[in-house]
Design a protein around this ligand. Sequence first.
Ligand SMILES: [Zn+2]
Ligand SMILES: [Zn+2]
Length: 299
Amino acid sequence: MYINPYSQINNSQGLWLRANFHTHAGTGKNTCGTHEIDEVVASYKEAGYGLLTISNHDLFSDVGEYAKKHDIVLINGFEYSSTPHMLCIGNTSVLSGTHQQVIDECLEQGGFVILCHPNWIHKEYWPWKDIDATCGYTGIEIYNGVIFRLSGSGLATDTWDYLLSQGKLVWGFANDDFHRWFDMAKGWNMIFTPSEGHQDIKESIRNGWFYASTGLFLNEFIFDRDTILITASSKDNYVKNYEYVFIGQDRKVLDKQMGESGKYKMSGNELYVRVQVISEHGAMLWTQPIYRSEMFRRP
Ligand SMILES: [Zn+2]
Ligand SMILES: [Zn+2]
């Protein structure tokens, strides 16, 4: 049986929050988080974000005081910075130990974990064999904005398809990894949540009720019997030409279409199908996969 993670969204009351979970701020001049937390939160709010995590290197930032001031949801966290890096979000303190110990403790504290920039510096900065041996994480950064001005690749859909092809239910996230003003609003997550409560948001993330984007919005995503129908668009834009790419096991392109919407009829043999959309002006969107429930488990 195929599961569409977005199936319940169409009939639910709730709101969409634009979110960045990877933000360095407030750690002082010439550090990664050189800009003041207050200013960074204000700027994200102004850019249309509804949810932000200040995630400094091995430093837990309690930024609750800014939530009310800027009318934005702030979920605390930090970036575990022993190589390779991971984001711990929605937990309650900084954590140390091995990667697995930190993930286990983060979950214990009510948080979740995202593996960071899997292709920073070189392909497999996060070695696939190490990810295979890791459990309890919720997803990976399929897009990390800052890497595009550093080295390696900010895109890691190769790692994502590697994991999905093994039947691992891993969600794809897009984050800025904000260090400087010019890193802002490059890639984000659009999260559907019943409310702005932290528990609801965490539950939405666990359910995969979000998509990753560099500028497109998901207007429609329907999985009716065996057919996926998807419509994405940029906001208030005349652009009408979008490429819809349907991707399955082992990164195979199952179909590719140009137009205002995309449609894919399942043959029934697919392990999973995820859709990525590219507009004629270069903006992208990645949906979470539709997957065969009996073949998938959380890592
Ligand atoms: Zn990092
Ligand atoms: Zn970082």
